[in-house]
Write a protein that binds this ligand. Structure first.
Ligand SMILES: *Cc1c(COP(=O)(O)O)cnc(C)c1O
Length: 464
């Protein structure tokens, strides 16, 4: 299996190289040259596997000759051991045709653990074999930073630097990052906004001598291995609810479109996904796109679901590549237009095709609170604001579609206690893990929005 860039002009790479590379050199994202297919009888034979067993089966076809299935099995064996639920991703039935797939039983209580806990040992394996080390740099406004820190803490060949906007992330999310006592973990609180953090990270990567000297690496959701690891739970949930023989619909709260794109990949691999319903908050660029075929950027507004306060969904480019029959030139043209004018459109034919799979639904904060309250009243379950948006999107499909609807629950409600209290009058139960985080001592460095200062900080602390 080889990997090509969505813009068609970067070198073709093998799996291990794609994992370490992140963004392609032509500005595109790497995708596999073809989708492996699982026929229905093969899927039916996967029904009784455990989550780790299934993960090996689903991910093995993507490795090519870069890694053996045994090596993958060794990595998977340690990937899910820090999850607190024996099923890893349990399914809970909410109504006659509606299900939740709970993706918050990992160390940081958000779904990003399901990919990043796998990326930790995967990086270890690849770096050991190549005799390399890397410095991972990332910016976070919420869940990505803590999931990356948990995944790479104490790894011998990796140093992690995570930038967050000083005093602009929620106390729980900050503490999940800053209370980790590991010598290779470095939290930088930048006295600016999340956009400033993101720009600093981009500038670090664009400084090629620095990038090469430090061997910088990225683990944001443009990293193919994250998407690949997320495909597993679509198989898992579809098999659990539909047995591999019955179509199911998924409802997915969406920001950067990584999670939703993994659903598209599962469908391309043969999972009977009848509909992918995209949920967004007031930052509804994707919902507008799936309604009209036009992508138009607007200002980001803060909401109750901060992990989805995004306007440009970086992973959308991978879908565009599919939609344009894997023509890099066409993708390049559209992305260039988007960068210059803030808007682009696809043709009616293509919109018609994409609407056979995707629809969008968006709601504001009041509607989100109403859903949290309604789910609590009907089922006694607390759902976090992101998950609530997913549930609302799932309800918008309606019962007449004639298939079960599975909503991906992307965060534990205890991460958003205030929203839950406002909606239901009660606090969600604090899991042990989070209670420990709230008690520990914090460690972070405050730096100005200054590239030279950040570079110097990294240079002095990265182990060589
Ligand atoms: C990151 C995140 C999302 C959005 O996922 P994307 O893959 O970026 O679309 C949704 N909910 C939660 C809780 C998240 O942390």
């Amino acid at each position: 299996m080889h990997y090509v860039s969505t813009r068609g002009r970067a070198p073709v790479l093998a799996f291990d190289e794609v994992v370490l590379t992140g963004l392609a050199r032509d500005g595109g994202l790497y995708v596999p040259e073809m989708w492996p297919r699982f026929m229905p009888d093969i899927q039916a034979a996967l029904v009784n596997l455990t989550y780790p067993e299934l993960a090996i089966r689903v991910m093995a076809p993507f490795l090519g000759s870069a890694m053996t299935e045994d090596e993958l099995a060794g990595i998977v064996a340690v990937s899910y051991q820090n999850f607190t639920h024996p099923a890893v991703a349990p399914l809970k039935q909410l109504g006659p045709h509606s299900w939740l797939c709970e993706l918050f039983h990992g160390p940081t209580l958000a779904f990003k653990d399901y990919a990043l806990q796998f990326l930790g040992p995967l990086f270890d394996h690849i770096l050991r074999r190549r005799g390399e080390r890397v410095v991972i740099v990332g910016a976070t406004s919420g869940d990505t930073g803590s999931a990356a820190i948990e995944a790479f803490r104490d790894h011998a060949a990796v140093d992690v630097f995570i930038l967050h906007p000083h005093e602009r992330v929620s106390p729980i999310q900050r503490r999940q990052m800053t209370t980790v006592q590991a010598a290779n973990v470095h939290n930088i609180a930048v006295t600016g906004t999340f956009d400033d953090c993101q720009r600093l990270v981009k500038d670090l990567f664009n400084d090629h001598p620095f990038r090469e000297a430090m061997n910088l690496s990225a683990v944001n959701s443009i990293n193919w291995a994250r998407i690949m690891a997320q495909v597993v739970y679509y198989f898992w949930a579809a098999l659990a609810v539909g047995g591999g023989r019955r179509a199911v619909a998924f409802a997915v709260p969406t920001g950067n479109f990584g999670n939703a794109f993994a659903g598209y990949v599962a469908r391309a691999m043969g999972v009977q996904v009848g509909r992918l319903m995209i949920g967004s908050n007031r930052n509804d660029i994707l919902t507008r796109f799936f309604a009209t075929g036009t992508m138009t950027m607007q200002m980001v507004v803060p909401t109750l679901s901060p992990s989805m306060d995004i306007q440009v969904s970086s992973n959308f480019e991978r879908l565009l590549f599919e939609l344009y029959d894997q023509e890099g030139d066409a993708v390049e043209r559209l992305m260039e237009q988007f960068r210059e004018t803030g808007t682009f459109s696809i043709t009616h034919d293509r919109l018609y095709d994409i609407r056979k799979i995707f629809r969008g639904f968006s709601l504001d904060d009041n509607e989100t609170r109403d859903i949290i309250a309604d789910v609590y009243a009907r089922t006694g379950e607390h759902v976090d604001p992101h998950t609530a948006i997913g549930i609302a999107a799932g309800r918008a499909i309606g019962p007449d579609i004639g298939m079960p609807v599975i909503t991906l629950a992307t965060a534990h409600p205890a991460k958003f206690p205030q929203a839950i209290r406002e909606a239901t009058g009660r606090e969600p139960v604090l899991p042990e893990r989070l209670a420990a985080v709230l008690a520990c001592k914090e460690r972070f460095t405050v730096l100005p929005v200054d590239l030279a200062a950040v570079k110097e900080h990294i240079r002095l602390r990265a182990r060589r």
